[in-house]
Design a protein around this ligand. Structure first.
Ligand code: ACO
Length: 311
């Protein structure tokens, strides 16, 4: 009977039908989605920290308003994603507890520091640019609630990418010190951004199953290549140098070929040993504690309302 159900499920996937929360699904499909969507949600929430670091130091009121809105958007993305994961039968509290206990992963990229204002430009341009490359195909993911959440997320990410590129353009058209700052930010963010796409296909344990289930539409290496091809000409337009001496355009394939990625660094960051892992987790735990009274008040209010309506 299970084999019949599995076959019917795969046929629906192959026919590009959307799977909805109350539909039958294999346990492994559910687990993969809970893993990916919760990691994605945690990334959005932790990802508020590196940029939040610059809200009070943005160089103008206009920059401050845009950055504030962007960081709030990231929070909203985290909330839609937790809600999408909850449709798979996992409680938000459980996901948050796993993050706070240091058991859940979040994107490696958010463990790097934001040292100068140019880092805010580089994050918008490169980190959000990489996020869009990875997330546009997720709008066609087989699981309905995740795919639908991604549509709005991608629209907002594309505004974020634009605001980041515009910061870089302004710096690159500024004085020599400003241009130097932009180059330094690109030097520090380039390689970690390439790592965001995940391990090389040869080492990616989940790609085959996720591709079969149409959760993933492209492999990690394919998306990484698309990102490089889109981004290198943007760096050139800015007049910046991509920090990869082996980078060269291959006429035959039409792709930019890159040098070797330091996968040892990636492993270390994922294992908790990146430059800011400890700080990010400490801040997240502290914020959770500081917000306890708000949750308590909301629960008390909900109880009171329930009692009032019962009478
Ligand atoms: N940072 C941290 N962990 C990572 C990263 C990364 N950049 N890339 C891969 N991993 C982890 C995977 O989560 C997996 O760990 P697990 O088995 O403990 O869950 C392991 O490394 C092996 O990787 P894959 O087999 O390639 O995993 P997967 O098929 O899930 O592909 C990917 C990874 C591409 C990140 C996928 O999960 C995905 O598309 N996620 C949704 C997008 C997302 O999370 N973006 C977050 C950053 S963007 C932003 O928030 C602005």
């Amino acid at each position: 009977e299970d084999a019949d159900k599995l076959r019917a499920f795969q046929e629906r996937i192959d026919a590009e039908e959307r799977i909805e929360p109350n539909d039958w699904m294999p346990e492994a499909y559910r687990r993969t989605l809970v893993r990916q969507i919760s990691q994605h949600a945690h990334s959005e929430i932790i990802g508020m920290q590196p940029e939040g670091n610059w809200i009070t130091r943005a160089p103008s009121l206009r920059r401050k308003a845009a950055l504030l809105a962007k960081v709030q958007d990231e929070c909203g993305h985290g909330l839609y994603l937790y809600a999408a994961a909850e449709t798979l039968g996992v409680a938000r509290e459980e996901m948050v507890d796993q993050l706070l206990a240091g058991k859940a992963k979040y994107s490696s990229i958010f463990n790097y520091p934001t040292l100068t204002w140019a880092d805010i430009g580089a994050i918008g341009w490169l980190v959000d640019g990489a996020a869009i490359m990875n997330q546009i195909p997720l709008c066609r993911c087989s699981y309905g609630p995740y795919a639908r959440a991604m549509i709005r997320v991608c629209k907002e990410e594309s505004f974020h990418q634009r605001q980041g590129y515009e910061i870089m353009l302004t710096l690159c058209r500024g004085n020599a010190a400003q241009k130097e700052m932009a180059q330094d930010a690109l030097n520090r963010w380039w390689w970690p951004c390439l790592m965001m796409f995940g391990p090389p296909d040869s080492a990616s344990q989940h790609t085959d199953a996720s591709t079969k289930w149409k959760i993933k539409r492209f492999t990690n290496d394919e998306l990484r290549q698309k990102f490089i091809d889109a981004t290198v000409p943007q760096a050139h337009y800015l007049g910046l140098t991509v920090p990869d001496p082996e980078l060269r355009y291959d006429e035959a394939s039409g792709h930019w070929q890159h040098g070797a990625i330091d996968w040892e660094e990636f492993k270390q960051v994922i294992a908790g040993n990146g430059p800011c892992n400890a700080q990010r987790m400490e801040r997240r735990r502290q914020t959770e504690e500081d917000g306890a009274w708000v949750r308590e008040a909301a629960r008390a209010f909900a109880e009171k309302e329930k009692r009032r309506h019962r009478v």
